[in-house]
Structures are given as C-alpha cells and as structure tokens.
Write a protein that binds this ligand. Structure first.
Ligand code: SF4
Length: 370
C-alpha cells in the first residue's frame, strides 16, 4: 500500500524531473516553512519542498559553520554539488536567523531568483496584516517574473482548493493514527506525508485518496508498546522510524514543523489574500519560530499529549536548531509539572549510525513501561 510513496521519496530527483517535463512548469524550491505554495501553483510554478537531505556534507563547510543546522547545511550542499539544477528559483520565509542568512548566501552565490515572505514579529493582528500586505505584493510580482504568468483569481482559488484537500487528507491520516495506534507503521506514515513535498498536489491527492480507501478496510493490528507524541522541526532521518517500529512504539501525534504544524492549516482563504496568508502563517498550531503570544506552545503540547492518550513526549532535536533548543527547557518543565515523561534525541540529517538513538529510546520505553 505504501510502495508508491517510497518510490517517490527514494527517487526524488527522478520524480521531480518527470513532473517538471510533464507539466512544463518551472521548479521553485521551497525552504522551511509555511510559505503558501498555493501562490506558486497559481503562478504556474512547480513547488518542491526542501526540508534537508542526507547528502554527505563537504563543500558547504566553505560557506556555513558546522554549528548551523543540518537542514540549512544540506540544502546548500545540494545546490553546491549541482544536485538542484532543475530548481529555477527559491522561496524563503524568515523562519529563523539561519534561513534569513541562508537566503543572503544564495543571493551572493547563485544567479537564481529568491522570493521571501518575512514573518513579522508584532503583537497585533492589524500590524501583522499591514506589514504582510506589501510583502505578499512583492512575492506575487517575483513569482510572476519567474513563471512569466499572472496569478489570476480563479487559478488561486483552484490552487487553494487542491492544497487544502491535500492537508485535509493528511489530517485524515493523523486522525486515523490517533484513533487506531499501530494501524500504520511509523515509517510508512511519514513516507506518506513526505511524498507531498515532491509531487504536484493533484497527483499527491490521488495517491492519498487511494491510501485512505486501503486503510479504511484494514483490521487494527493493535499496539502494545508505548504511545508517544514527537516534537521537533523536521521529521527526518526516516531510519529512526524503523527503530521505533522495531521497539513497538506507536507515534500517535506530532508537533513537527513539516508535520502537524503545517498539516493542521486550513484551506488558504484567497478572497482577502493578505488576511488569508496572515491566518495561514500564524495559525492554528504554534511554532517555536513564530512570535505569537496568543498561541502558547506549553498548554498546546500538554493538550496534544492528553488528547492523543500518549504516554510521553520524544523531543526530536535537529542539531543545532536554535529556536527549537530555546523553547525546549520550558516545555519539558511544563510536561514535568503535568507528570508527562519526556526525552530528547539529537539527530543530524546526514547521520548514518543510529545505535545511540536506539539505546536512548529503548531506555525511555522501559521507563514508560516500568
Ligand atoms: S531546523 Fe531550525 S535553525 Fe534550521 S532552518 Fe529549521 S528552524 Fe532554522
């Protein structure tokens, strides 16, 4: 049932080249996170999400320090070694300092256009809106230059509908996993979500519709192992899910930036695009990278654990992501107050040895079961 998803994520370049040729749309590489890809679709581009990769890192050392996160380092390595030739432009948000600086590095090193949505740090909705108004206008103009196509209202509405459907289908998988833990192996689940990074959304939706039909008819396998919520930025490396599956862990929910924080977003409201994009970026799930005092991560995470019936939280720390690291001590403290156990694993996207992670997760499971 999941083979077509693995086929995509194990052959990303081949997949992107295939659809680029079929569709005749310029590929726009989308950096983390929350860039409304509906704009790219409506402008006639092909959005491909870049959340890092597992390339061995070499050339990037000349441009980014080793203490930058492996998301930024690996996407830059990809471009430096010529692995992103098909990408004609890059779309950034100002999610963190690393990404803001990375965009400047791209501007200096490569001739490819860059587009940026700067996420405002303001207290009020009105201030956010007024700032984003000019930002969105410049992104729209930039995109239209890249694709040489105007963004029409009907194309934008259609793009919003299709992307909204993708996230709705993904939310269906999340719901199924919460309600029937163990039904979907952890690795298969994230293979299905990750596939959406690389496919045109209409193709992805067809795959998800088929998957839903298949899963609806499956009998519950049941899960005897611990149930965990995972919190982090990026849900790679995928090898770790193999370990969780082997240990009998059922992930029942997550708080990944490229997982639930994105999947939870409703259909982009395009009637008032500025309001729609403002809502899209700031809601509904809180994010360690976005200043939004109205949307506190502490009760949010506690509720998430309780709603999912989880036994504990696994913090999935991509070294050296500062926004994630700055939030974690307070989040762990809050979980402790609620008697919810938690543990942290340190990961890098290019890591090849997982023994230490297996030992750590296994020990945490023994504590939960004991
Ligand atoms: S992993 Fe953290 S530091 Fe790296 S790009 Fe994402 S938010 Fe920024």
């Amino acid at each position: 049932m999941f083979e077509p998803f693995y086929e995509v994520i194990n052959n990303v370049s081949k997949t992107v080249l295939k659809y680029e040729k079929e569709q005749g749309r310029p590929v726009v590489g989308v950096m983390p996170a929350y860039f409304p890809m509906e704009l790219i679709d409506a402008a006639g581009g092909y959005a491909v999400q870049l959340w890092g990769n597992n390339l061995p890192l070499g050339k990037v050392d000349g441009y980014l320090q080793t203490y930058c996160c492996s998301v930024a380092r690996s996407v830059l390595e990809l471009e430096l070694v010529g692995g992103a030739e098909m990408v004609k432009a890059y779309a950034f948000t100002s999610l963190c300092d690393t990404l803001i600086n990375l965009r400047e590095v791209y501007k200096r090193l490569f001739p490819k256009p860059t587009l940026e949505i700067s996420i405002p740090m303001t207290q009020t909705r009105a201030a956010r809106r007024s700032y984003l108004k000019s930002v969105i206008q410049s992104v729209v103009e930039g995109l239209e230059k890249v694709t040489r196509q105007k963004i029409r209202g009907d194309a934008l509405a259609e793009a919003a509908r299709i992307r909204g459907r993708s996230r709705e289908l993904q939310r269906g998988l999340y719901k199924m996993r919460r309600q029937r833990p163990g039904l979907i192996k952890n690795k298969d689940f994230y293979a299905a979500i990750k596939t959406g990074f690389f496919l045109p959304p209409i193709v992805y939706n067809e795959m998800l519709e088929t998957l839903h039909l298949g899963l609806d008819g499956l009998e519950d396998r049941g899960s005897k192992g611990p149930k965990l919520v995972i919190s982090g930025l990026v849900f790679d490396p995928m090898e770790i899910y193999g370990i969780l599956d082997e240990l009998g862990v059922a992930v029942v929910d997550d708080d990944f930036a490229n997982g639930w924080r994105t999947v939870s977003k409703d259909e982009l409201r395009v009637g008032d695009l500025v309001e729609g994009v403002t809502e899209f970026i700031f809601n509904p799930a809180p994010c360690c990278c976005i200043y939004n005092p109205d949307n506190d991560r502490h009760p949010y995470l506690v509720d998430k654990v309780k709603d999912a019936g989880a036994d504990g939280v696994l913090f999935w720390y991509i070294k050296f992501c500062e926004p994630d690291a700055f939030d974690r001590p307070q989040l762990m403290e809050r979980l402790r107050e609620e008697s919810i156990p938690s543990v942290t694993i340190d990961v890098e996207l290019s890591m090849t040895s997982f023994d230490a992670i297996k030992t750590r997760v296994n020990a945490f499971c023994e504590i939960l079961e004991g």
